[in-house]
Design a protein around this ligand. Structure first.
Ligand code: SF4
Ligand code: SF4
Length: 224
């Protein structure tokens, strides 16, 4: 079973969590039937997350980029394994900074969608994917493919309960505090434009494109 080999390869490369799923429809136009996905999660460093206080740090910016680069490398390993089996594989970059409609603040495919369908976690009030093992201290990449992949995990249900810590600490006012429920649109509980605009205000930190306060403060993250 290739799922097991893919998972082992990714874990050997440092992935924290790996999942597989079938998507309702092929998400990339003109690319055939890419309706299966490998979801790859890489854990962020607790020590680096601690450097975020009321604003992000340059150490977090650098770490964020390094983790994205590692995720993209892991995706390439998966692409090779799948192509060697004679199927198509399409890597979705860990950080999708642009898409056709920039005002939509969306990448070409949602890593969170693949992670939820794969049973890796659920969406919290912060709009971050919360995992049982690491809370939201994870970043994601996804590989889409036309090779049938069978999910190895049950979908996780969960929620934030009465917690509103991320809403109370978000400097942009982007988090409404409304609990996400299946089928809800992101705009119903999270203001991506406010988050993005705020991140751009940190011009002295890299390109001013990270924040991370909602990760730092989430009680499900239990920083070491
Ligand atoms: S990244 Fe920062 S601005 Fe965006 S939702 Fe989280 S705390 Fe708010
Ligand atoms: S801080 Fe609280 S409300 Fe926000 S994602 Fe974490 S558990 Fe959910």
């Amino acid at each position: 079973m290739l799922e097991r080999e893919i998972e082992q390869k990714l874990k050997d490369g440092g992935a924290a969590l790996v999942g597989f799923c079938e998507i309702d429809e092929s998400p990339i136009k003109g690319q055939g039937n890419l309706k299966y996905a490998v979801s790859i999660a890489y854990k962020l460093s607790d020590a680096v997350l601690k450097t975020i206080e009321d604003r992000p740090s340059i150490m977090y910016f650098q770490h964020y980029r390094a983790v994205n680069a590692r995720l993209d490398q892991l995706s390439l390993d998966v692409v090779k394994m799948i192509e060697d089996e004679g199927y198509n594989a399409f890597p979705i970059a860990a950080s999708q900074s642009t898409n056709d409609d920039k005002s939509a603040y969306r990448g070409v495919f949602s890593h969170k969608k693949a992670a939820v369908l794969s049973g890796i976690g659920y969406i919290g009030k912060s709009c971050l994917l919360l995992t049982k093992e690491y809370g939201s201290k994870v970043r994601f990449a996804t590989v889409l493919t036309d090779m049938q992949l069978i999910s190895q995990r049950q979908k996780i249900t969960g929620g934030c309960g009465s917690c509103t810590v991320c809403r109370d600490n978000c400097p942009a006012g982007a988090i409404s505090g409304i609990e996400y429920a299946e089928g809800m649109s992101r705009d119903d509980f999270f203001d991506a434009a406010k988050c993005s605009d705020h991140m751009k205000s940190y011009k002295d930190i890299g390109r001013g494109a990270v924040c991370g306060i909602c990760i730092k403060v989430c009680p499900k993250n239990k920083l070491r």
